[in-house]
Design a protein. Structure first.
Length: 262
């Protein structure tokens, strides 16, 4: 595959592409985590605040900090309804700008495979979480065909077209997530698979969403028009619409949680 340099700078574009998917998985993920209310939480790689808002809504947190390397994403997060409680700042997942044991729980939502050194990112989450606190993450099952862009990516692969993947994509596999958490010294490690379905009003909405991705959208932009038309037709054939023209398909995420030893 092509060299991985995926960047998300536009919060509104990310919302169209991934925000809806993120919330669909995030709701089930937080039900599984089942945290008590009133905790201090950190959302590492918070992006445009899609998961942050869910965290506030579901957990009634006393404090929520969001950290992300993109100011464009953070600007969107600060204006998102439901995030008034949260504080957002620029930060690196491998060097979090917080003191030891600052939080009761730490999360990475669709982020761990973008961290260049996942073990270092996990170590930082562990450092800033108190003993007995929860550390959890979920990631699209990219290599297992669970990514929301898979219908397009499958057709690009069939035509020999390359596209970018996250730099640490291997960690999205369930066994890799469990091993990462266990090797990181966390206790009571559990994993869970989540499958969610999203409906698009029509193929045009679906296609525009696919093109808003920095990875596959960038690949499509470099292709000849005749090749783009061929890929578009193949994707249309792959995803059948209902009588109203709506298209619904499923994506799958792998999740992991563990506890910081006391």
């Amino acid at each position: 595959m092509a060299e991985q340099q995926i960047r998300f700078e536009d919060g509104a574009a990310y919302e169209r592409m991934m925000g809806v998917w993120s919330r669909l998985v995030g709701e089930e993920f937080l039900d599984w985590i089942a945290l008590p209310v009133g905790l201090r939480c950190i959302d590492v790689g918070c992006g445009n605040g899609a998961f942050t808002a869910l965290l506030i809504e579901h957990c009634k947190s006393a404090e929520v900090q969001g950290v992300d390397p993109s100011e464009g994403q953070l600007a969107f997060a600060r204006t998102r309804p439901g995030t008034a409680l949260a504080r957002f700042q620029i930060g690196d997942a491998e060097a979090l700008p917080f003191a030891d044991e600052s939080f009761d729980a730490a999360f990475m939502a669709l982020v761990i495979f973008f961290v260049p050194h996942p073990a270092k990112g996990l170590a930082e989450m562990k450092r800033v979480t108190r003993p007995g606190g929860t550390i959890a993450a979920y990631a699209w099952d990219v290599l297992g065909g669970g990514f929301p862009l898979e219908p397009l990516q499958a057709e690009l692969r069939a035509l020999g077209q390359k596209y970018m993947l996250p730099p640490s994509v291997e960690v999205s596999r369930m066994p890799a997530l469990r091993k990462l958490w266990e090797d990181g010294g966390l206790e009571a490690v559990e994993t869970r698979e989540f499958t969610v379905r999203r409906t698009f009003a029509d193929f045009d909405e679906l296609w525009s969403t696919f093109l808003s991705s920095p990875s596959t959208g960038g690949t499509i932009a470099k292709m000849a028009p005749v090749d783009v038309a061929a890929v578009k037709a193949r994707v249309r054939d792959r995803l059948a619409a209902d009588a109203a023209g709506r298209i619904t398909f499923a994506s799958r995420a792998n999740a992991v949680k563990g506890r910081v030893p006391k």
